[in-house]
Write a protein that binds this ligand. Structure first.
Ligand code: AMP
Length: 112
């Protein structure tokens, strides 16, 4: 079971700010921006690379949920960044798909 699944199930402590039937939005424990959340599917899929065609709608749902959270928390108009680190070279450290939702400051490009 991934650490995110354990947080969602209540087995370990974490802060969940939004939930629906398909996903949960957690506060990142090591924030890289004033607002830093993780949109996590309740279905435990290792990465985007591991998602199947049957998961297409779920993947879209994660982006929609991120946009909704940014709107509800009032930083959508200022803009934000969504990131999905994937695999070793992508810098993924937790093997359970998550969309980083970061906002509250201007972002730079390119990423490291
Ligand atoms: P990634 O490196 O893209 O796989 O991102 C994993 C993210 O999960 C990092 O931003 C971590 O800070 C975050 N993280 C790891 N453990 C926890 C936890 N227990 N609660 C909340 N966020 C976590």
């Amino acid at each position: 079971m991934s650490i995110f699944t354990k947080i969602i199930s209540g087995e370990i402590k974490g802060t969940i700010i939004h939930q629906d039937d398909l996903c949960a939005v957690l506060v990142d424990i090591q924030p890289q921006a004033p607002k830093h959340f993780l949109v996590v599917p309740k279905k435990e899929i290792v990465s985007v690379h591991h998602a199947s065609e049957a998961d297409k709608n779920l993947l879209g749902h994660l982006l929609w949920a991120a946009a909704e959270v940014a709107r509800k928390l009032g930083f959508a108009e200022d803009g934000y960044r969504l990131v999905i680190n994937t695999g070793r070279d992508g810098g993924q450290t937790v093997p359970h798909i998550h969309v980083h939702l970061m906002g509250g400051r201007p972002m730079t490009w390119p990423p490291g």
